[in-house]
Design a protein. Sequence first.
Length: 81
Amino acid sequence: MVIQKYLIVKDTPVLFSSSILHADMVSAAGKVESAGFFVLHRSKADHSLKVICFGESSSLLISSRPDVDQQLISSYLGIHD
């Protein structure tokens, strides 16, 4: 399982490597609505993918919104429930 990082800016996910600080990905173009970590989980039963969001950005002091963020990232990646 690979843990990645994300930001949500203007309801749009910005996905990036866990080796990069959240603060280094922020641009002056938009206010960060949430930030945290995500993984893609594949179901053993039907092999479907699910986005799981968690945590917070310690460099930005912004928390994730798991339910909202999972939906936004799933839609962005074309993953449908």
